[in-house]
Design a protein around this ligand. Structure first.
Ligand SMILES: C[S@@+](CC[C@H](N)C(=O)[O-])C[C@H]1O[C@@H](n2cnc3c(N)ncnc32)[C@H](O)[C@@H]1O
Ligand SMILES: Nc1nc2[nH]cc(C(=O)O)c2c(=O)[nH]1
Ligand code: SF4
Ligand SMILES: [Mg+2]
Length: 218
């Protein structure tokens, strides 16, 4: 596996927003989103093993880990599975941020492990790459489906996808909308969600409000 950075911060996204979390950011991504805030993770990093990563994780005082990148699911499958097995054995809560293009069933999750499946909207430039079969693979009460939106067209694309695929919160689907940082007024996005009576979670990237938005490792 190749690791770009490991750091301890508060979770700035998803339903565990605000909670202390250990981040493992893997090197390399199969997509190139226009707005990506972690372009530094595309190539920079050092090789490590699941056991080596666990040793670093154990240095922190909290049992909550976020696997991100880059794209975590393009790391070698057997090593990613081993890491998930080790995290489970030591009772860590785990979220995996994934980009919607990789088959999420390539790894098997344990209890207290979940996917944050980011369905890339048109302005990311990557919506053609989405594997829509992932929407059948997710487990509604467990996983989260995320839309990072930069304009009205992105929002409407997301709402249409939610309707077409029956991603109804009343059936347990957990939906998240987040603005592309600095690209769209958070207020506009919130007002669209409310006007459409969408039972979706709105979030801004909390860490970018607390620290300099360009700062790494937070
Ligand atoms: C850096 S990505 C890494 C994980 C995976 N490659 C993915 O895209 O889900 C983690 C999350 O950050 C979000 N993100 C990246 N750049 C952003 C930006 N400029 N504004 C808002 N969210 C952003 C992505 O959409 C994704 O949900
Ligand atoms: N604080 C903080 N929370 C995050 N949640 C998801 C992140 C990511 O880059 O995937 C992230 C990040 O980079 N920092
Ligand atoms: S998939 Fe994630 S890491 Fe890759 S370019 Fe898009 S936002 Fe960045
Ligand atoms: Mg980030």
């Amino acid at each position: 596996m190749k690791v770009n950075e490991i750091f301890f911060s508060i979770q700035g996204e998803s339903s565990s927003i605000g909670l202390p979390t250990i981040f493992v950011r893997f090197t390399g991504c199969n997509l190139r989103c226009t707005y990506c805030d972690t372009k530094y993770s595309y190539f920079e990093g050092d090789p490590d093993t699941p056991q080596g990563i666990m040793e670093k994780i154990r240095n922190y005082p909290i049992k909550r880990v976020c696997l991100t990148g880059g794209e975590p699911l393009i790391q070698p499958r057997s090593e990613m599975q081993e890491l998930l097995d080790l995290l489970y054995a030591e009772q860590y809560e785990v979220s995996i941020e994934t980009d919607g293009s990789v088959d999420i069933s390539k790894v098997k999750l344990h209890n207290k492990q979940r996917f944050i499946l980011d369905m890339k909207v048109p302005s990311s430039g990557m919506s053609e790459k989405m594997d829509f079969e992932n929407l059948k693979r997710i487990i509604p009460e467990r996983d989260e489906i995320k839309f990072v939106v930069g304009n009205r067209e992105d929002y409407e694309w997301s709402v249409q996808l939610i309707r077409e695929h029956g991603l109804d919160p009343r059936k347990g689907y957990r939906l998240i909308f987040s603005p592309i940082f600095g690209e769209i007024s958070p207020r506009d996005l919130v007002e669209w969600i409310l006007a459409d009576h969408l039972d979706a979670r709105f979030q801004v990237q909390l860490h970018k409000i607390i620290w300099d938005p360009q700062q790494r490792g937070v």
